[in-house]
Design a protein around this ligand. Structure first.
Ligand code: GDP
Ligand code: MG
Length: 176
């Protein structure tokens, strides 16, 4: 792996409530950037990120993990974080070092309390955030309904345009 100057390094957190698809997204990033030669899957225990025995057994992320890849002449340090309430303190611990974060939102489940908590924490730590709407192929919840959920959390205006473009990006990731 090439060596990068400090200004070319980025610490990127992948955050969001449990089951949103964070670890799967990280696996897709690693695979698509050539860091892995197979797409790791949480469901069959082949994930590169959820490797602890308890994690492969329960199919959830319990502690934050770090991986890296290269993109656009930068080195990305990707932090995959837990989203379930019991382990959320671990996600908060990582926030101090994040230069940016992607909040993964499940189009199936909408926005739960954990996502709102995480959103507030990114504001507290002043972390630039983008939203990534996942699981759109499931078709269980249309994007407008998801946005209605966000409306109740009063952050919809910031997210509306991002969610629209995320729809295209998500489809692309899912097809790979
Ligand atoms: N249909 C569908 N399922 C997904 C997608 N991304 C993740 N999943 C599934 O959602 C579940 C939780 O995924 P995971 O990556 O562990 O979510 P995390 O808890 O946010 O890290 C697993 O069963 C995944 O296979 C997606 O884009 N579409
Ligand atoms: Mg996970």
């Amino acid at each position: 792996m090439a060596k990068f100057e400090t200004e070319k390094l980025r610490n990127l957190g992948i955050i969001g409530q449990g089951d949103a698809g964070k670890t799967s997204l990280v696996e897709a990033i690693l695979f698509n950037t050539g860091m892995t030669d197979r797409l790791g899957k949480v469901d069959d225990g082949s994930s590169n990120m959820d490797f602890e025995p308890e994690e492969t057994k329960r199919k959830i992320t319990i502690t934050s993990k770090l991986h890296h890849c290269e993109w656009n002449d930068h080195e990305l340090h990707i932090v995959d974080t837990p989203g379930y309430t019991n382990f959320l303190h671990d996600t908060r611990s990582c926030m101090r070092v994040l230069g940016g974060a992607v909040m993964v939102i499940s189009a199936v489940d909408g926005v739960k309390a954990q996502s709102q908590t995480l959103w507030r924490w990114t504001e507290e730590f002043e972390i630039p955030l983008i939203a990534f709407v996942n699981k759109l192929t499931v078709n269980a919840l249309i994007i407008s309904k998801l946005l209605m959920t966000w409306k109740k959390t009063s952050v919809v205006d910031r997210l509306r345009s991002i969610c629209r473009s995320a729809k295209l990006k998500t489809s692309r990731v899912l097809l790979t």
